[in-house]
Design a protein around this ligand. Structure first.
Ligand code: FAD
Length: 275
């Protein structure tokens, strides 16, 4: 496999988490990622941690890429965040709407990620390469796949450069989404977001929450392993390596790994793919 890879982390909440993540990053840098992105908590919970983690990555000589969500934000708060990213040396951002914490808060001054992309371009010009989210199996709140495709197109037309997908296990959903994107005249890179399998119950919960289908045969196998984590990891490695191979053979331009701040599973996967 020769395509570039990128890695995603979340900001640790404890000093111990900071130390563990630094060790995981050091191990994963051996894979030579194109960039390392750091998620952004809607509602303010981890936003300072995002910048701190990105600064640590930049200080390690790697491209640190903050996510930025706009739900609950104001134009002034987004402008201030963009200025702090620029001052830190950031050149790429993952721009998202985010999700309202359940039952709390209001949308703020932005309704959709396309409005955030517009604001980033209006405030910072071409300084940042802008990534946006894509949903091969449709965003759970979209009215239809067509409506979701229009929403995706709005983000690209507002100035986004490329996209990273939600995790998925069905390569056909990805290929169909890319075909649909090309059919409406957009030639942006759509990079598959890959979730290594390390923990069956956590994975199933997360997939259900974000509208990602786990094939029945995969779910059944995972359930049958119970708490035998070595078997879950070995099976997960086979399933996800086969998915990645199919995606790359079918034209995926790069792979983005949701590391969950753990080095082992992503490293094993990339090493397997690179032979
Ligand atoms: P949008 O593109 O705005 O879409 C949200 C919904 O609105 C969709 O259903 C869309 O179809 C619909 N829509 C958009 N525009 C219109 C319109 N004009 N009219 C009608 N409907 C419209 N969340 C975080 O909080 N922090 C993170 O760091 C984070 N990182 C992520 C990274 C990736 C790669 C991905 C795939 C997701 C990430 N998320 C993150 C989750 C994301 O915030 C949620 O999936 C959120 O629900 C949608 O964000 P979006 O940017 O895709 O929103």
């Amino acid at each position: 496999m020769t395509v570039p890879i990128s890695l995603e982390f979340f900001p640790p909440k404890t000093p111990e988490g900071v130390t563990k993540l630094a060790a995981a990053r050091a191990e994963l840098y051996a894979l030579d990622p194109e960039f390392c992105s750091v998620t952004f908590g809607a509602g303010g919970s981890t936003q300072h941690g995002t910048l701190q983690t990105v600064q640590a990555i930049l200080a390690e000589g790697r491209a640190g890429v903050p996510h930025l969500s706009c739900i609950g934000a104001t134009r002034a708060s987004v402008a201030a965040t963009l200025d702090s990213f620029k001052a830190a040396g950031v050149r790429r951002i993952v721009a998202l709407r985010g999700d309202l914490p359940s039952g709390a808060g209001s949308f703020g001054e932005f309704r959709y990620a396309s409005e955030l992309v517009e604001q980033i371009r209006a405030h910072s010009g071409e300084h940042f390469h802008i990534e946006v989210a894509a949903y091969p199996e449709m965003h759970p709140q979209a009215r239809s796949p067509e409506a979701d495709l229009k929403a995706f197109a709005a983000k690209i037309r507002a100035g986004a450069n490329s996209a990273i997908t939600q995790m998925f296990f069905n390569a056909d959903a990805y290929f169909r989404f890319v075909d649909d994107v090309r059919a409406i005249g957009l030639d942006v890179a759509v990079v598959p977001g890959i979730m290594p399998i390390t923990n069956a119950s956590g994975l199933m919960r997360f997939a259900d929450n974000c509208g990602c289908e786990i094939p029945r045969w995969v779910r059944l196998r995972l359930q049958s392993f119970g708490d035998d984590s070595a078997s879950i990891r070995a099976f997960g490695l086979d399933v996800i390596a086969a998915l990645c191979e199919r995606l790359v053979a079918g034209g995926a331009p790069a792979l983005h790994f949701y590391t969950m701040n753990q080095a082992g599973a992503t490293r094993a996967l990339v090493q397997r793919l690179r032979g």
